[in-house]
Design a binder for this molecule. Sequence first.
Ligand SMILES: [Zn+2]
Length: 99
Amino acid sequence: MQDSVFKGALGFPKFKDLKNCPFCGSNTFYVRQHAEGTVIFRFCPDGSEADNEDMYNTVSLTEGINVYCDNCQRFIGNRNTGKLSSGAVKALCDINSKQ
Ligand SMILES: [Zn+2]
């Protein structure tokens, strides 16, 4: 019997209650972030890289809210509201009904 991918109590499942992707079992997810700005890359006369620790400080990021699985790329839910997609909820129900 497969371990449940859901660790939450009974009730409507939220993204934070997931342990794994309900479609494939992966435990990493991603959101798409939009980056905008100019990056300054510093280097030495010999071509070697200089200190570029602050090179991304001038880039502004707009955080995405749609969460996707890092492995199967399926849509999981909304990061801001924590609400799972209808497909993810259905996949959770399918897993739970097999246990
Ligand atoms: Zn997945």
